[in-house]
Design a protein around this ligand. Sequence first.
Ligand SMILES: [Zn+2]
Ligand SMILES: [Zn+2]
Length: 211
Amino acid sequence: MKKLLWIIPIGVVCAVAYYLLEYGNKEPVQVVDSSPHYTTTIYFHPLDNFTQQEAIQLRAVIEQRFRDIFNEDFEFEILPNKKFSIDLMNDNKTRYRADKIIYSLSKKAVKHKITIGLTHKDISIPYKGKSDWGILGLAIHKVNGCVASTFRLKHKERDYWKVVTHEFIHTYYRYPHCPKDSSHCIMKDAKGKADFGNKNDLCGYCKSRIG
Ligand SMILES: [Zn+2]
Ligand SMILES: [Zn+2]
């Protein structure tokens, strides 16, 4: 009887071992993504009289906002100031051409490296049949670059990060203007008005697409 009591526990151990050997490796296969994971770096490029200190303050605001808006971590770097050259101006030499600025900044831009030009100057592009149309910002996603200006903002301190974020979303996510045209959405088409008072986030629809 004593022997039988020994045999039962040994039998249980063997059954457990058999079960683990037989079924232990039949768990669902986990697919490991072997592609390297990139953290996208956002380069703030202060232009002309946009100071390093202003860029540092902007980065602090944007780092916090981006954590709320996006499901993705970004790294931020502030580049040394770049002086504007006269060949970046429009034909009348009254404003700086936003497209020329972006191309001048983004020569080295590659995927996962986004360059954002920061400026206090008035910027423009040829638009709507006019050779010179003043704008808040412009994005050219094929070179992973954009530019954002404080010039047309009434509340520069309050609203500049919104312009930067708007242009960044065009550039990085290749996302158009808010399809819902929501007055609270950062991606709403400004349609010539620098109206950012109500906008602190993406609308629910845009957030579900890119947030
Ligand atoms: Zn929206
Ligand atoms: Zn836009």
